[in-house]
Design a protein around this ligand. Structure first.
Ligand code: FES
Length: 575
């Protein structure tokens, strides 16, 4: 920031009259160094972030013992699980930028010299790196942890062992609704899948972002995969405590060495993060978040760059939603470093990228075991014998429905005959699409089109996860495609295309598709098209009424500001 102040920042921020009134010992607090922003998206409202306060207190106490001072800055953490499928779902993506703004604001307003961000639920994970990149204050991310998995003794879930997550409950609920399992089985799933706090427990969006943070070097090694606790009534997990305390050591070392986030969040670091996310089968939300973080880190990065880097990378982590295992199982075999070591050994990572440990990726991984030395060989597979070949998990497509771009999620599966072709079933809201699925009005071969649910249209680009769960629960996951200008949850799997840009509410051609039009998805060509001539699309565009502003959004609200400022998904929905 430009220095326009006549006060020394620290003197001003720690003036004794203010400190005394706020309950600090003024003589002691005025001398403390460093002043560290503890960016704390705490809430007791949901299990993803309800441990953040305990971690923040642990860090503040530890800093105090070393002569520093931790100052809390809060932010509204939104749980996707609590908002998906509701009228408030738009607040989820909106909260990413809101949280980053809160942390940036508090950091500068409190005149802090460093920053530790505690992450959590999906958007919190993205929002963790944005203020570090923006402020460039020495700092790093601490992850509160993922939820422990559970187990049941009936098929098909018994076969997964101790690896059940929220995905299993969600699909069980849909299977129950479709009459495939009974109420007792559903209750057993409900009681078993999440015995404690933490984020959704496999390679869903929160863990995608924690893995990206570790791979980018902004979190200590093995910090992305631990469980949050032992059970709902227990203390935070010892691994979380260890990470939090080690992160303070790392912070002092970053300060001593003058190492700042943008020294670490370089183009090479982004390429490493993208490579790891593709290798682990990350959530499609990563496209939005990587673009937003790169903007804040001042690293030129486009969605085409992400595709070009990712398409070299096979899928090797056998985690849900594409595989059977939970994050805890990955942690037990060594966590993200095991994946990174395999990628490094095959020349897929930049070995010399710096990390918050002050060392390079190669140095950090020097003692990580090779895959051949692991007892379990089914959790992380080799690059040479992967779960799916490169370019078979997520990729960026375009076509006459998505002139800018869209993202495809296949979860390591391949589409039979190389393409999916089917009649469009068009809906202008998630609710209308849900009603059609529940009425058994969607059949194998259909392409569900859900539009007007983009960043402007919804507003806030909600996740169509309950539609994908219904399709999976009804056994239609492999036979029905779903395309949308909205988003998907990391939990979603099937034949899915989201982030269609430009969105319908901004005049994108997805708004021109009609019931019965033939939609063609071709993963190999990376295209999404409707079989209509340019002349027909132009004629429809001329006939179409211009999109009108949704008057139900109250002027001045966060959603109102968001829809006026937000860019398309093609640019990461940055403001
Ligand atoms: Fe918070 Fe899934 S709902 S991580």
């Amino acid at each position: 920031m430009t220095d326009k102040s006549y006060w020394n920042d620290t003197e001003h921020g720690l003036r004794k009259v203010e400190l005394r009134a706020a309950g600090f010992n003024p003589d002691d607090a005025a001398k403390r160094h460093p002043v560290v922003t503890i960016a704390s998206p705490y809430t007791n409202a949901h299990r993803c972030n309800n441990r953040v306060q305990q971690i923040a207190e642990l860090i503040i106490d530890a800093l105090e013992q070393r002569g520093g001072q931790g100052l809390l800055v809060g932010a509204p953490a939104v749980s996707d699980a609590l908002t998906q499928g509701t009228a408030n779902a738009g607040y989820s993506l909106v909260s990413r930028d809101l949280m980053a703004d809160c942390f940036e604001t508090g950091h500068f307003a409190h005149h802090a010299q460093a920053m530790i961000v505690i992450s959590g639920c999906d958007k919190t994970g993205a929002a963790a790196m944005m203020p570090l990149a923006r402020t460039n204050a020495p700092g790093l991310v601490v992850y509160p942890g993922t939820s422990s998995p559970g187990a049941v003794n009936f098929s098909p879930w018994a076969e997964k062992g101790d690896n059940l997550t929220i995905l299993d409950y969600a699909e069980g609920a849909a299977a129950h609704e479709a009459g495939k399992i009974g109420a007792i089985e559903l209750q057993q799933l409900e009681k078993s899948v999440m015995p404690g706090s933490g984020t959704c427990g496999a390679m869903f969006t929160a863990n995608t972002m924690s893995c990206i943070t570790e791979a980018m070097g902004m979190m200590l090694a093995r910090g992305a995969s631990h469980t949050a606790d032992y059970h709902a009534d227990s203390e935070i997990h010892d691994d979380v405590k260890t990470q939090a305390l080690a992160s303070i050591d790392a912070l002092y070392s970053l300060l001593d060495n003058g190492l700042r986030p943008r020294d670490i969040m370089t183009r090479a670091a982004f390429e490493n993060a993208i490579t790891v996310a593709y290798a682990m089968g990350g959530s499609t939300n990563m496209y939005l978040h990587l673009l937003a973080i790169a903007r804040d880190a001042q690293v030129p990065l486009t969605i085409e760059d992400i595709q070009a880097i990712g398409e070299r990378v096979p899928l090797i982590a056998n985690l849900q939603p594409h595989g059977p295992f939970s994050m805890k199982t990955l942690h037990e075999v060594g966590g993200v470093p095991v994946v990174m070591k395999e990628l490094l050994n095959h020349g897929l990572l930049h070995a010399d990228a710096l990390t918050v440990s002050g060392k390079t990726i190669a140095d950090n991984l020097a003692d990580t075991p090779e895959l051949k030395d692991l007892t379990r060989k089914d959790v992380v597979l080799s690059v040479t014998k992967p779960i799916a070949a490169a370019n078979n998990h997520i990729s960026v497509l375009s076509g006459n429905i998505a002139p800018e771009s869209c993202v495809l999620k296949l979860g390591g599966k391949t589409i039979e005959h190389g393409e999916f072709r089917g009649p469009a079933r068009v809906f202008d809201s998630e609710t209308e699409a849900m009603n059609a699925i529940r009425d058994d009005d969607i059949v194998a071969g259909d392409v569900i089109v859900v539009r007007r649910v983009g960043p402007v249209g919804a507003p806030g680009m909600p996740e169509m996860v309950h539609l994908t769960i219904q399709l999976q629960g009804r056994g239609l996951g492999k036979d029905v495609a779903l395309i949308t200008d909205g988003r998907f949850s990391g939990v979603s799997h099937g034949i899915l295309i989201g982030h269609i840009s430009p969105e319908a509410a901004r005049g994108g051609p997805i708004g021109l598709v009609r019931d019965g039009d033939t939609v063609v998805i071709n993963p190999l060509d990376r295209t999404l098209n409707v079989e209509l001539s340019d002349a027909e699309l132009s004629a429809r565009a001329n006939e179409q009424q211009p999109h009108t502003t949704d008057n139900s959004i109250q002027p001045g609200t966060v959603l109102d500001k968001y829809r006026r400022l937000v860019s398309s998904a093609h640019y990461g929905c940055v403001q």
